[in-house]
Design a protein around this ligand. Structure first.
Ligand SMILES: [Zn+2]
Length: 299
């Protein structure tokens, strides 16, 4: 695994007759859970907690790793301090994040107003502003990779916001966690579905950048025109305003952009979702059409 802040080395402290001494450890080196206070950041005194290796619901192995305690933060001068890392990320090419009043903003390109009337039918319509969507997506991918190291960082979730202007000119501001999330994040998925199912047309609400896991190799759709990758969830939702609940699935469709995705890959898709009831298996599906190379990235 690539070295990340999350899987960093730590300092394990021990008491000796001559005083307290520390050794450098990696999360995988630790056998017994260290006492609180015995495990600190390598570069600053912040306390860390050790999370034992586990296997998640999907059968993916999560290696042992280290986390900050709730509301704890690395020292200001620590190279792993969130703000330091964030500023480093912002300084990189192709990342467009504004900083205002101690908050960070990723501004999505606005929807072209004149296309507001023809949006739902033609899902393959060309965006006139594709280059800026492409760079927005590039930014989202970098941030998602960065955030993967900090998935326990609540501070960031409250600091990075997304701004999106729909075809009617309405501005939507939301937290990063509601824009980019893992399909396994039930809370975020439910929140998104609620927004999506109350929207009267796709571009009324912001697109999402959803992290999907390929549970299978891409399938051909029934008419052979596209490939699809479906992620099944444990979430049940009503379709639109109806009462009966259905299992929710999320599917990416594409003519030619799924070729490089294989079973076990995590990938990010940026798209406007569309919800519909699959009558062949009675599931509600959030459908993402991937028409452009920049809408999809392997993580
Ligand atoms: Zn630190």
């Amino acid at each position: 695994m690539a070295p990340t802040a999350k899987y960093q080395r730590a300092r394990l402290w021990e008491d000796f007759p001559t005083g307290r001494r520390s050794i450098e450890v990696r999360p995988g080196d630790i056998v017994d859970r260290p006492k609180r206070g015995d495990l600190t950041c390598l570069h600053c005194p912040v306390l860390l907690t050790w999370v034992i290796a586990s296997v998640n619901q999907k059968g993916t192995e999560i290696p042992a790793h280290l986390r900050l305690f709730r509301r704890a933060a690395h020292a200001d001068n620590c190279p792993l301090n969130f703000r330091t890392l964030m500023d480093g990320l912002r300084a990189k090419k192709d990342v467009e994040i504004d900083a205002r009043e101690k908050k960070y903003f990723l501004r999505l390109p606005g929807e072209p107003i004149e296309q507001a009337v023809q949006r739902t039918k033609d899902t393959t319509r060309k965006r006139t502003n594709a280059p800026s969507w492409a760079s927005t997506f590039a930014s989202a991918v970098r941030i998602a990779k960065f955030m993967h190291q900090f998935d326990d960082d609540q501070e960031f979730a409250n600091q990075l916001r997304i701004e999106y202007r729909n075809a009617k000119g309405d501005l939507d501001v939301m937290f990063w966690r509601d824009f980019c999330f893992d399909v396994g994040n039930e809370t975020a998925l439910r929140r998104y579905y609620r927004r999506l199912s109350s929207a009267s047309y796709q571009t009324q609400i912001s697109p999402v950048a959803m992290i999907l896991l390929a549970e299978h190799e891409p399938f051909e759709t029934a008419n052979g025109a596209k490939h699809r990758l479906t992620t099944y969830t444990d979430v049940k939702v009503p379709l639109r305003s109806r009462d009966d609940e259905h299992e929710l699935v999320v599917t990416a469709y594409s003519e030619d952009r799924l070729a490089k995705i294989h079973t076990g890959d995590r990938f990010l898709v940026l798209a406007h979702g569309k919800d519909w009831l699959r009558n062949y298996d009675d599931r509600v599906e959030i459908r993402f059409d991937v028409d452009h190379a920049w809408q999809i990235a392997k993580l």
